[in-house]
Every structure is written in structure tokens, then in C-alpha cells.
Ligand binder design. Structure first.
Ligand code: UPG
Ligand code: MN
Length: 699
């Protein structure tokens, strides 16, 4: 290379040409087949009056479903139009003293569902990022206002004084202590043969065990803990962690670590995670005021210390930085089983779609793994307004705990009244899928983003691994501002109408000898095989493909539907939004079921009932339908309907298994169904999300 140092690019972007050609070719063939299908349906409806007559309604429903599915398919092609991948060159970054500062935001809400030790592991892994320590500031927002979490933070800070130098000295890659010490993890340090290292490792391990023990003891002893998730009013708690002199650790450089629990009043709107992030935006502005933030969920530990530097490769790249709002890393999870029956890893989203969006305007935000450059602030605090100036120096850090009135004002409920927070500034409140909405609106306003997927996952989270959580989370997500929830209409139709018509001998599709039969066959096979190809290309197996087909059917007929209903009810004003954090606590029994590919059907009635109903309809209609076909001998007219019902039954075999074969606790049993319906209080618990689709498109 002849270029001189400094002009070499910090990042490069390659179009994946092979994939691009396959995708566009498939689009051409598939859309041609779809136009034939439309022609076939329209000519039936308009030119064959004596035929259509009594069967008009089922025909119309099936056609409408085909239109909706084609529409969703058409929109989905945007992700496949121009897939790109990016490389970064962190070694070309400027010297450490020229790097911009970064504030890390971590949110937690519930010390029971989100065990304190795990949250502290995330905190520690982010403090240990490979970044100049004086330029790194870690903030934890605790919406549970739990004394246990605060105590955990103090202890984590003490432990960090051992952990951080250890990681730096031995260039440890995995800086999340729990993952590093877990027996499964291979020792990846270059020093693994050195005896000094092994000694140090044992010593630090002892310190970690002690830290763990302290949290556990506090949890058991604490009288507060039982009340700590109560929903009452409380005032804000902000604490900057500071050094308790520990004799034998000398002068370790440490990032700033701050605990923030915002004020809570039942009379004021809570705004869930977005509300918490906006409080952190304000509080951090008067403390460290870094131009960049890294947002993490409490379970998303840093699996690789380089992420901040990787992100800077984009933010400091003059070619893209002027319009770049955020860098998105894929969400990856540490607890995914081989076949991943719930598609908890959301394969298609984080491999295919985000890369595809990257080739257009960039991915939307998801999973809180974002670097966001903040451009606008607003509020009544003079100190906060001053912080908007780039040369602002905080008065709060020098004084440590003493001067915290201003941060408390910024963390109070009343602060946002009459301001634009949540509407134009900060993370947006209109949806509990705030990351998605905020990223989307940033794009609407002309900002771009990039997707960064290095081979070693930068962050690892905890995936939902039981049916109930998967579907509740789905309800929260699927009533967001995308077209996904629309799947519920065509899938309900395809799961019932052709089957009922089969039962009654009403053909809805061309007969085998009709040339249009080929068109339908092609569309069916083309969709399935394209999906199969995408699964293979992203490292999946045939098993994974079947699982994705099944969970798609399950989600479409349950949580998509409820998500839509929720959104409608919210619009009409019958319901309020809610955000139930998913469970990150380890449950042996439930994890085992997931690991051995058995569905945990101990989910709420509202999710299980539709699945059983659909399956029953399909089985009954297929059996009686085939009997009728044999009798009348019109199998060529009914073949597609027979294939469709058989396909649905085959794919959903695990439901039959859960209903009649399995004997374990995760099976579908009448009694447990009733118990769980009460335990989960489904009607209150299904979260509600507001969409403002029209509004955001109009911007
Ligand atoms: O009132 C609340 C509710 C949740 N959270 C935090 O939000 C994060 C995400 O919650 P989780 O239960 O893990 O939800 P997921 O569905 O797994 O989260 C995904 O979807 C969310 C939007 O629905 C995004 O905010 C997340 O980043 C993304 O990982 C967690 O750290 C919670 O502690 C709060 O801080 N306050
Ligand atoms: Mn999560």
C-alpha cells in the first residue's frame, strides 16, 4: 500500500455480491409467479360468476391472505436487495489521548428476574473495556431501586480494583468474570502456561468467590430485599462509587462508576427503559458528559473488550461520521441450544435483515447495543444546559458525593414535565420497543447507522428460553411499528379456511391438471427453499429451519394477534403500556427442556388454546376430508388443501407430542393449564404497545 499512515480507512464496506445475485434472481422468479397467482384469482372472481357464487367468501379470504403475505414478502425484499459486510481497523485509530470519551449506560429493573450478580458481571465487563480508563464512565440505572443492587455496585467497585489490573496485565479476552471463571470456558490468555499467571488467577478467583458470597449473604439477610420490587413512590438515589482504601492494591486507574435510581411516583408516567435511559442521559451530562454512549441491557455482558474501539472506527471515520447516529452490534446470546426451538436467537433478524438494512440506510437500533451520538438536549436545569457546550467541565465529579442536588433534580419525575424529552429528545416514549422506534425516527430524520459484526461476538445476552416468555416478549415487540403483526391475519386464514373447505369439498386451488397448479407449487417451494437457503447460509441446519417455520406459525397466530389487539386497544384508550422484563434467572428444569429441544408448554392459556384449536381443526378436517375425497374421488381438486393441512400438522407435531405423548412437566395438561392461567394473569400481563406508524412515516 502506498498510502501514508493516517489516510488509510478506519473501516471498509463490501457488498456481498454472490448473495446479492441469488437474492435478486429469486425476487424476479418469485414475483413473476406471484403475478400469475393474482391473475388466476382475479380471473376467477371476475370472469367465472357461476363458479364463484357460493364459494365467494372463502375464496375472497384466501385471496386477501395471499395479498397480505405477498405484500409482507415484497417489503422484506428491501433487506435482501443490497447485503453488505464491514471490516474495521482499530489499529489505525488515533492515540489514546485523542480518543473521545464514552459513557456506558446499563439498565436494570428487577433484582429477582435480573439477578444482581449477573448485572454486576455486566457492569464489571464494561468497566474492563479496552479503552482509556479516564475516558470511560459506567452508569447503572436501577428501576427497582433495590438496596441489593446498590450494595452490589459498591462491592463490584471493590472487586474491580483487582479485576481490571488483572485483565489488563494478562490481556484477558473474556472480561466478564462469571464467564471467565466458568469451568466450560477455555483459558484464552497468552499467559496460560505461566505459573505467575495461574497463581494470580487463583487469587482473583478467590476474590470473585468472596464478592459473590457477599452479595448472596446480603440478599439472604436483607430485610429490605423482600420489599425491593414493591411498586410504591420513592425518591431518587444517586451514588458515585469511590475508593475504600484497600491496602494491597495501589493506585489502580478506574473508570467512573455511578449508581442511579430515578425518582418514582405512581402518579407520573414511568416510560420504562426509555425513561431510565433519558434520566441517565441527563445525569451523565452533568457528570462526565461524553459525546458517545454505549447502551447495554443488564444481561448483555461485554464478551470482547474491543467494542468501544471498533465503534470509534466508524464514528471517527470522516467519510461516514457526519451523518452517523449509531453503530449496532448484533444481539447474540450465551444460552442458545443447538436447535434453538424457540428461535430465541432471532436468526433472521440479526444475521440477514440487519446486514441488508446496513446496505440501505443502516440497521435500526435493537438490544441496547448502540453507540449514539447525541445532538440535542433540552430541560430546565442550568447546569444541564451548560453541559451542552462541548467544553463543559463537570463540577460534580471533583466534589464526589457532596454536590449531587442537580443530578437528583435531573432524575426526578417532575423534570420532564413540559419538555420535549421522549418526544423529540432522547429515547422516545411512544413504544416500549424504544430502541427500534428511536433508531427508526433517527433514520427518518436523515441519520444513518452501521452494523458491525466481528467474528467474536462483542456482547452476549440471555435469551428467553421458555414458550411463555418468548410469546410475551413477542407480544411486546410485534405490536411495534413494523408490519410483522400483520402475519396474524393470513396465518389464521391459511390455518382454518382451506381446511374447512376441504371438509366441505370446496376447492380453493387449481386442480393438478391445471397449468396454474405449477404456479402454486412453485410459490410454495420457492418460499420454503429460499428460507432454507438463508438458514444454511447463516450456519443453521435443517432442524433449525423446521423450528423457525413452527415458531413463526406459533407466534403469528398468538402474540402477533395479541400485539395487534393491544395496539388497537391502546389507540382507543382502553389499555396502558407495560414493559415486563424477561426472566434472566437460571431455572434448571426449564433450561433442561430447552436444551433437549422440548417445548415448555407451561405457558398462559391465551397462547396455548389457539395452538390446540388450530391443530384440532387441521387434524379433523384432514381425516374427514380425505375420507370424503376417497369417496367422491376428486382428489386432484383437493390435493393442495390436503398438502397444506398435512404440512401444518407435520410442522406442529411437537404440540401433538406435548398433548398426548409427553409425560414430563412441560407437557400440555388441562390442570396445569388452569393453574398457569391464574399464575400468569395473562390478561393483565400481556403487555401493550402503542404504535404511531403513520406519524413516523409522515415526518
Ligand atoms: O421499566 C423497565 C423495564 C425494563 N428495563 C430494562 O430494559 C432492558 C431490556 O429488558 P428485557 O426484559 O431484557 O427485554 P428484552 O425483550 O429482552 O429486550 C429487548 O427489547 C427491548 C425493547 O422491548 C429493548 O429495550 C432491549 O434492548 C432488547 O434487548 C433490561 O435491562 C431491563 O432491566 C428498565 O430499565 N426499566
Ligand atoms: Mn433481554
Amino acid at each position: 500500500m502506498e498510502e501514508i499512515q493516517g489516510t488509510l480507512p478506519l473501516s471498509t464496506c463490501h457488498v456481498q455480491n454472490g448473495l446479492l445475485i441469488i437474492n435478486r434472481l429469486h425476487m424476479l422468479l418469485h414475483s413473476t409467479a406471484l403475478s400469475f397467482l393474482f391473475y388466476y384469482r382475479l380471473s376467477f372472481l371476475f370472469q367465472d360468476p357461476e363458479n364463484s357464487g357460493s364459494h365467494l367468501l372463502p375464496w375472497f379470504l384466501v385471496f386477501a391472505s395471499e395479498i397480505i403475505l405477498s405484500f409482507i414478502w415484497f417489503l422484506g425484499q428491501a433487506y435482501r436487495w443490497r447485503p453488505v459486510s464491514r471490516s474495521v481497523f482499530p489499529e489505525r485509530l488515533p492515540q489514546d489521548d485523542k480518543l473521545p470519551a464514552v459513557d456506558v449506560f446499563i439498565c436494570t429493573a428487577d433484582p429477582i428476574k435480573e439477578p444482581t450478580l449477573e448485572v454486576m458481571n455486566t457492569v464489571l465487563s464494561s468497566m474492563a473495556l479496552d479503552y482509556p480508563q479516564e475516558k470511560l464512565h459506567v452508569y447503572l440505572s436501577d428501576d427497582g431501586c433495590s438496596p441489593l443492587t446498590l450494595y452490589g455496585m459498591r462491592k463490584a467497585y471493590e472487586f474491580a480494583r483487582w479485576w481490571l489490573p488483572f485483565c489488563r496485565r494478562y490481556k484477558i479476552k473474556n472480561r466478564c468474570p462469571k464467564a471467565y471463571f466458568s469451568a466450560l470456558e477455555n483459558d484464552d490468555s497468552d499467559f496460560s502456561r505461566s505459573s505467575v499467571y495461574m497463581e494470580d488467577k487463583q487469587k482473583i478467583k478467590g476474590k470473585y468467590e468472596a464478592f459473590k458470597e457477599e452479595i448472596e449473604t446480603f440478599r439472604k439477610d436483607s430485610v429490605f430485599f423482600r420489599d425491593s420490587v414493591t411498586v410504591g413512590d420513592y425518591s431518587s438515589v444517586i451514588e458515585v462509587m469511590h475508593e475504600n482504601i484497600i491496602d494491597d492494591v495501589d493506585n489502580v486507574k478506574m473508570p467512573l462508576l455511578v449508581y442511579v435510581s430515578r425518582e418514582r411516583k405512581l402518579s407520573s408516567p414511568h416510560h420504562f427503559k426509555a425513561g431510565a435511559l433519558n434520566v441517565l442521559l441527563r445525569v451523565s451530562a452533568v457528570m462526565s458528559n461524553s459525546p458517545y454512549i454505549l447502551v447495554l441491557d443488564c444481561d448483555m455482558f461485554c464478551n470482547d473488550p474491543t467494542s468501544a474501539r471498533y465503534a470509534m472506527c466508524f464514528h471517527l471515520d470522516p467519510k461516514i461520521s457526519s451523518s452517523l447516529a449509531f453503530v449496532q452490534f448484533p444481539q447474540k446470546f450465551h444460552n442458545i441450544s443447538k436447535n434453538d426451538i424457540y428461535d430465541s436467537q432471532l436468526r433472521s433478524l440479526f444475521t440477514l435483515q440487519w446486514q441488508g438494512m446496513d446496505g440501505l440506510k443502516g440497521p435500526v437500533m435493537s438490544g441496547g447495543i448502540d453507540m449514539l451520538q447525541l445532538q440535542e438536549y433540552f430541560g430546565s436545569s442550568n447546569e444541564f444546559i451548560k453541559s451542552l457546550a462541548q467544553n463543559y467541565t463537570s463540577v460534580f465529579l471533583s466534589g464526589r458525593n457532596t454536590l449531587l442536588q442537580e443530578p437528583h433534580l435531573l432524575a426526578s419525575c417532575r423534570y420532564e414535565i413540559g419538555t420535549k424529552w421522549g418526544q423529540d429528545i432522547g429515547f422516545l416514549y411512544d413504544s416500549v420497543v424504544e430502541d427500534f422506534l428511536t433508531g427508526f425516527i433517527l433514520h427518518c430524520n436523515g441519520w444513518t447507522s452501521v452494523f458491525c459484526e466481528p467474528s467474536r461476538p462483542q456482547f452476549l445476552g440471555t435469551a428467553t428460553t421458555n414458550l411463555n416468555d418468548v410469546l410475551i416478549q413477542g407480544t411486546r415487540w410485534y405490536s411495534e411499528l413494523t408490519y410483522f403483526p400483520l402475519y396474524c391475519l393470513p396465518l389464521w386464514c391459511f390455518a382454518t379456511i382451506p381446511q374447512l373447505c376441504l371438509l366441505n369439498g370446496i376447492p380453493l386451488y387449481p386442480k393438478v391438471s391445471d397449468p396454474y397448479f405449477i404456479i402454486f407449487l412453485f410459490i410454495f417451494l420457492s418460499s420454503l427453499s429460499k428460507h432454507l437457503l438463508e438458514v444454511f447460509l447463516t450456519g443453521g441446519t435443517l432442524h433449525k429451519w423446521i423450528n423457525e417455520q413452527r415458531i413463526w406459525m406459533m407466534k403469528s397466530t398468538t402474540c402477533d394477534l395479541y400485539g395487534c389487539l393491544d395496539a388497537v386497544m391502546k389507540k382507543v384508550g382502553i389499555r396502558e403500556g407495560s414493559f415486563l422484563p424477561t426472566n434472566k434467572a437460571y431455572d434448571d428444569e426449564q433450561t433442561l427442556l430447552y436444551q433437549i429441544d422440548k417445548y415448555d408448554f407451561r405457558a398462559s392459556n391465551i397462547f396455548i388454546a389457539p395452538m390446540i384449536a388450530i391443530l384440532t381443526i387441521n387434524i379433523c378436517c384432514l381425516v374427514v376430508g380425505i375420507y370424503r375425497v376417497i369417496f367422491v374421488s376428486d382428489w386432484d381438486k383437493m390435493l393442495i388443501q390436503i398438502v397444506l393441512a398435512s404440512f401444518i400438522i407435520t410442522i406442529n407435531y411437537p404440540i401433538i407430542e406435548g398433548l398426548v405423548i409427553r409425560k414430563d412437566k412441560g407437557r400440555i395438561s388441562q390442570l396445569e393449564l388452569a393453574n398457569h392461567a391464574m399464575e400468569y394473569r395473562p390478561t393483565q400481563q400481556v403487555p401493550v404497545i402503542l404504535t404511531s406508524m403513520g406519524g413516523s412515516y409522515n415526518k
